[in-house]
Design a protein around this ligand. Structure first.
Ligand code: 7TS
Length: 420
C-alpha cells in the first residue's frame, strides 16, 4: 500500500511516478522543530518511516506477536510465516538466487562483522590480504582490522582521488593472489560516490578474492541485483531503506555460507545439542542464534514493498534531479567547498563553509528546523584524506523536494551572515 502517493500517467512518460505527495506518507514530516516546519536532510544516517511501516509494526504487536520457529500455536505459526515471507521479499528485492542466502542481522554493521568473524577468521592466514578503500565507513574498516590482527593477514587500502573516487589503476595494483577478501561500499556515506562495482568485482574475482559489498547507502537509492553484480556477500540495513532500526540483511552465496562456521551460538542455530557434540542448523538459520527481531522483519518487508511500489529506477531518477539542483545552489554560496565531487554520485552533499565549524552550521540550521549531519560521519580516513576534521552533510531521500533545498540554502546564507 502506498498511502497517499499517486501514479501520474502521461503519454510520453507512462510510468513516471509523482513524488509530490510522497511526503504525506511520512507522519514525522508534520513535526515542528523550534517552531519551524521540519526539513529532514539526514537520510544517510537514518531514513524516516512511512505510515505503512509504522502501521505494520503496530499490527504485528497487536495481532501477531509470538516467537518464531518453535511454537505449534496459531500466533507462533503466523509470526513464523510472516518472518519467512519477509526473507522471501528480501531475496526478491535484491534478486538472490535462493532464499537461504538471506541472513537476518541487526544491520550492515553486524553483517560485515559476521563475514569478518566467520569467513575471515576461518579462511585468512598470515600473508593473506584484505582489500578495502579509503572511502569506507568505520563498520567496513574496524571488523577487518580486528580479523587481520587475529589471523596475521594484512589490511590494504585503495586510495581515492581529489573528487572522492577510488583510483581504479591503484585498486588493480593492490590486487594479487594474496588478496582473499575485498570489501567495498557501493555508495560512500561521507561523499556520495557511487563506486564502479561492475568493474571492481570482476577484477577481484580474477585474483580469486571473495567480494563483500557494503550496500548501506545504496539499497534505498538504486535497484540492486546481487546476481548481476556478482558479489559474494551484500550487506544492508532496514533503517536506511525506510524500514525499522535493529534489522538488516546479509546476503551470501549459498556455497560460501555453507562452509562458514556459526557467528553466534545459542538457540535456533542448532539441530541437536549434547555436551559432547552440537550439530548446526542449515543456512540461513545457522547464523540466526536467539530470538530475532521479528517485528523488524515485518517492518522491513513493508518498507521494501513501499519502495518497490515507487520503483527504484524512479527513485534514482528523481533523486538525481534533486542532487543536481542542490549541487547547483550550493555552488553559488561564497566560501562553500563541496567535498566529494565524483562524476557518479548518490544524494549526499558534504561541504565546508570557510571560517565556520561544521558543528556551528548544524546547530544554527537546527534552529531553522533543518536537520543535517555534521562531523566525521564515521569515516575518519575520508576526512583525513581531504584534510578536514569534519564536514556538514546533507543527504536526501524520496520525501525531499526542491523547496526543502531552498529552505536549507536560505538558512545556510543566514549562517554566513551570523559569522561574517
Ligand atoms: N556502511 C555505510 C556505508 C554506512 O553509511 C553505514 C551507516 C554503515 C555501514 C553502518 O550501518 P548500520 O545501519 O549498521 O549503522 N552510516 C551512517 C551515516 O552516514 N550516518 O549515520 C550512520
Amino acid at each position: 500500500m502506498l498511502g497517499t502517493t499517486r501514479i501520474i500517467q502521461s503519454s510520453d512518460k507512462p510510468d513516471l511516478f509523482s513524488f509530490k505527495n510522497i511526503r504525506l506518507d511520512f507522519p514525522i514530516l508534520e513535526e515542528k522543530v523550534h517552531g519551524k516546519q521540519l526539513v529532514y536532510l539526514d537520510s544517510a544516517a537514518t531514513t524516516q518511516k512511512p505510515r505503512v511501516v509504522i502501521d505494520t509494526l503496530r499490527d504485528y504487536y497487536e495481532k501477531c506477536n509470538s516467537n518464531v520457529h518453535r511454537a505449534v500455536h496459531y500466533l507462533g505459526e503466523k509470526a513464523t510465516r510472516g518472518y519467512e515471507s519477509s526473507r522471501k521479499s528480501i531475496a526478491q528485492f535484491i534478486n538472490a538466487e535462493d532464499v537461504r542466502e538471506i541472513v537476518f542481522t541487526r544491520g550492515t554493521t553486524e553483517s560485515v562483522n559476521l563475514v569478518a568473524s566467520s569467513y575471515g577468521r576461518t579462511f585468512l592466514k598470515p600473508g593473506d590480504e584484505v582489500l578495502i578503500s579509503y572511502l569506507e565507513h568505520h563498520s567496513n574498516i574496524v571488523p577487518w582490522q580486528i580479523v587481520c590482527n587475529q589471523t596475521g593477514a594484512q589490511l590494504k587500502v585503495a586510495p581515492i582521488n581529489d573528487q572522492g573516487e577510488i583510483i581504479l589503476e591503484e585498486f588493480k595494483k593492490l590486487l594479487s593472489p594474496k588478496t582473499k577478501i575485498v570489501s567495498i561500499a557501493q555508495v560512500s556515506n561521507a561523499l556520495g560516490t557511487i563506486n564502479p562495482l561492475e568493474k571492481m568485482i570482476p577484477m577481484a574475482h580474477d585474483v580469486g578474492a571473495v567480494v563483500l559489498v557494503d550496500g548501506a547507502q545504496a539499497a534505498s537509492h538504486m535497484s540492486v541485483d546481487v546476481q548481476k553484480l556478482g558479489c559474494d556477500f551484500y550487506a544492508f540495513s532496514g533503517h536506511k531503506i525506510y524500514g525499522p532500526t535493529g534489522i538488516g540483511v546479509l546476503y551470501g552465496k549459498a556455497h560460501l555460507l555453507e562452509k562458514m562456521p556459526p557467528y553466534h551460538g545459542g538457540g535456533e542455530m542448532i539441530l541437536s545439542v549434547t555436551f559432547e557434540k552440537t550439530t548446526y542448523n542449515e543456512i540461513p538459520y545457522k547464523f540466526e542464534a536467539g530470538t530475532p527481531n521479528i517485528a523488524g522483519a515485518f517492518g522491513m518487508q513493508a518498507a521494501l514493498k513501499y519502495v518497490s511500489g515507487i520503483g527504484l529506477d524512479n527513485i534514482a531518477a528523481y533523486e538525481s534531479g534533486l542532487l543536481q539542483y542542490a549541487t547547483l545552489k550550493l555552488s553559488r554560496i561564497p566560501g562553500l567547498k563541496l567535498i566529494g565531487t565524483a562524476k557518479n554520485k548518490a544524494c549526499v552533499l558534504s561541504f565546508t563553509l570557510e571560517g565556520i565549524h561544521p558543528h556551528d552550521i548544524g546547530t544554527i540550521l537546527d534552529r531553522e528546523g533543518v536537520a543535517i549531519r555534521t562531523g566525521h560521519h564515521c569515516a575518519m580516513p575520508v576526512m583525513q584524506r581531504f584534510g578536514v576534521p569534519a564536514t556538514a552533510r546533507v543527504s536526501l531521500g524520496i520525501y525531499n523536494n526542491r523547496e526543502d533545498i531552498d529552505i536549507f540554502v536560505e538558512a545556510l546564507l543566514k549562517v554566513g551572515e551570523i559569522f561574517r
